[in-house]
Design a protein around this ligand. Sequence first.
Ligand code: HEM
Length: 134
Amino acid sequence: MTPAQIALVQSTFPKISSDPDKAAKIFYEELFALEPEFRELFKGDMEVQGRKLMDMLAKLIGGMNRPESLLLPLFNLGRKHKGTGVKKEHFRPFGTAYLKMVEKMVGPAAFTPELHDAYLDIYKLAAGVMRKAM
Ligand code: HEM
């Protein structure tokens, strides 16, 4: 990622992190609308799950200046996904739902192609490491 992309993401992320419960709710609504059968993979409380997801997203975005610091946490997160029924091909709809959530949280006017691509690059980094760990 370029420094400009990192700055773009970090300057818009407060619009998401200021209401993590709403962001998580939007995310899972989008995800389950795309892939209803994913619902049964999640065994725990979805509010707790949503907070864990948003905490991880905050950690990723905060760490973009030093991506090497994210490798071990992402690797460990990927290993945790092993045995949960999550498959490598699930990452594509998960990424689509994540970008929809970003769009809804920042608003259509701020969701420029540049912003889309910057948020997508973060997802690609995270998903790439996690999928290798699986
Ligand atoms: C970059 C991609 C992803 C991120 C950042 C992410 C993040 C997380 C986090 C932070 C947790 C909680 C782990 C813990 O309890 O310590 C988790 C659990 C989980 N994730 Fe993901 N995840 C990703 C991809 C996926 C995909 C593609 C699926 C497939 C639907 C998925 C399904 C699950 C499930 C089923 C759990 C366990 C929930 C439970 O305990 O019931 N994740 N994920």
